[in-house]
Design a protein around this ligand. Sequence first.
Ligand SMILES: Cc1cc2nc3c(=O)[nH]c(=O)nc-3n(C[C@H](O)[C@H](O)[C@H](O)COP(=O)(O)O)c2cc1C
Length: 175
Amino acid sequence: MNGVVIYKTKYGSTKQYALWIGEELGFKVVEAKEITIDELEDYDTIIYGGGLYAEVINGASFITKNIDRLKDKKIAIYSTGITPLDCRDYYDKYVIEKNFKTGVPENIRIFNFTGKMILEELSMVHRAALKSLKKIMASKKEPTEMEKLLIELCDADGDFSDKNQIGELIEYIKG
Ligand SMILES: Cc1cc2nc3c(=O)[nH]c(=O)nc-3n(C[C@H](O)[C@H](O)[C@H](O)COP(=O)(O)O)c2cc1C
């Protein structure tokens, strides 16, 4: 199998998963900014990873925008985020709708992993973004379950990365 793992990261979680996946599959691991779409065409299997920022999978448009050139490839896209994995509506509805406006192409499978958010490592801009998101949500008179969850997650502080989560993706790629 001729494959590559590409990632985009701000604080390192997505890179950690990329390294675990690359090691498991024996694939080259490359930061997204170091690879061009022409180079990607040399691989038959592509794994792309990005952290979730306001439901957007960081940089995944690199794949979705170029899907016509990649339609004969086997592709897995994974997100890392702090939303618990059992919030399936969040991942299967909100995240999918935000990142795949016209639906997930047939040759792409999506995987979700939990990453890390260490509050004191965050940039000023990110801290301010979380603060204002929390303020907006908290000001709602009758917050939905999803909004209540988002308020809580703004204060999440820790590393929830876990190598065991990559199992399903590895099986999919090998299968
Ligand atoms: C400003 C900001 C927005 C975030 N938005 C989300 C989000 O919408 N959903 C989520 O699950 N996690 C969210 N997170 C948490 C990150 O996705 C998580 O920390 C991820 O593992 C970061 O990956 P990276 O360090 O590889 O970029 C957010 C974090 C920050 C700082």
